[in-house]
Ligand binder design. Structure first.
Ligand code: FAD
Length: 330
């Protein structure tokens, strides 16, 4: 199928991260006219922030930037278009089923027979002095599964009080680190009690130091901000500041899905994620699929984001063949 005279694409994919690029590959290879709209100046999404990837099947080790280059070339070679610097602001489904897409670029709008929504989620940042610069250097992480292996026999600080913070502190300490300090701003963890019990049960053997109630104040880098020199933390009851010498910092403060702009077009759950049927990626809105880190219950990994995108793109054929088949399903 090709783009018709009135510029209606078969599918527009919103967000050109791994989920969007994988969806684009499959859609374009099926000969659908395919456009990816990306808010940033470059496609790639969160992997652009990843220096080393060791868990994307097929590559023992690859830099995020290089992996994106491969993904992008593959998508473009099959004829998809990617337009960068296009933040989608609003979607609306017309009576004839065509979806109208408005971007921040002013007059221009786009139309498609189907959309695949892949705007991803951002890790919640704490906005600490030094956080952003040392994130760039790969010394501040938000994902233990992604980066834990880089801290074999090293010392790290983990920050947070929810399930992920407690569980991933144990994960880091039992598999990789020589010492793990966990701080939380309250005396009680929000995490489930069973996880907290496991944390304390393993603390001595695996050198976990739990400090409550502490908040981070600043991540101080070396002269050129390539390594962490120390982290300043504060006891919120005594106001006393301490300096911790660590090699890395893991911030577990949750995720923020990039979905606010989708209000009124698809269902959004209380945490901002988009519910979709896990075997088809269909939302309750006909013609709108979801894929990747913005999806409710997503595994938040590169390979799974790609998998979601592929499943969504493979659903296009059924929808185009019989749009009415969507009704009643999710
Ligand atoms: C530092 C870091 C390290 C990581 N390391 C690993 C790792 O080693 N292994 C692993 O498997 N996973 C890793 N991850 C997780 C992995 O990067 C994500 O799971 C994956 O990128 C999710 O893909 P996605 O396409 O769903 O979302 P994203 O990668 O977030 O891409 C979404 C894209 O949509 C765009 N967008 C958002 N809103 C709009 C809009 N309104 N209009 C247009 N475009 C929009 C964004 O700009 C972005 O480019 C890491 C993540 C980070 C941050």
């Amino acid at each position: 199928m090709s783009m018709s005279d009135n510029n209606i694409y078969d599918v527009i994919i919103i967000g050109a991260g791994p989920a969007g690029l994988a969806a684009g590959l499959y859609a374009a290879r099926d000969r659908y006219s395919t456009l990816l709209l990306e808010k940033n100046g470059l496609p790639g999404g969160q992997i652009m922030l990843t220096e080393h990837i060791e868990n994307y099947p097929g590559y023992e080790k690859i830099g995020g930037f290089e992996l994106v280059e491969h993904m992008k070339a593959q998508v473009l070679n099959f004829g998809a278009e990617i337009i960068a610097n296009q933040a989608v602001m609003k979607l609306a489904r017309r009576d004839d089923g065509i979806i109208n897409i408005e971007t921040n670029s002013g007059e221009k709008s786009y139309q498609a027979r189907a959309v695949i929504l892949t705007p991803g989620s951002d890790y919640r940042q704490l906005g600490l002095p030094g956080e952003s610069a040392l994130r760039q250097a790969g010394k501040v992480s938000y994902c233990a599964t992604c980066d834990g292996a880089f801290y074999k026999d090293k010392e790290v600080l983990a920050i947070g009080g929810g399930n992920t913070a407690v569980e991933d502190t144990v994960y880091l300490a039992t598999r990789f680190t020589a010492k793990t300090t966990l701080i939380h701003r309250r005396r009680e963890f929000r995490a489930q009690q069973v996880l907290v019990e496991e944390l304390y049960a393993k603390a001595v053997e695996h050198n976990i130091d739990v400090k409550l109630p502490y908040i981070p104040v600043e991540i101080v880098g070396n002269a050129d901000n390539t390594e962490i020199d120390h982290v300043k933390i504060k006891n919120v009851e005594t106001d006393e500041i301490e300096q911790l010498k660590v090699d890395g910092v893991f911030i577990f403060a949750g995720m923020v899905p990039n979905t606010k702009w989708l209000e009124g077009f698809v269902e959004i759950d209380g945490s901002g994620y988009l519910p979709a049927a896990p075997t088809t990626m269909k939302t309750a809105t006909p013609g709108a699929f979801v894929a990747g880190d913005c999806r409710q219950s997503a595994a938040m990994q590169l390979a799974t984001a790609c998998s979601d995108g592929i499943v969504a793109a493979m659903g296009l054929k059924d929808y185009f063949r019989d749009p009415a088949s969507w009704a009643g399903e999710k």
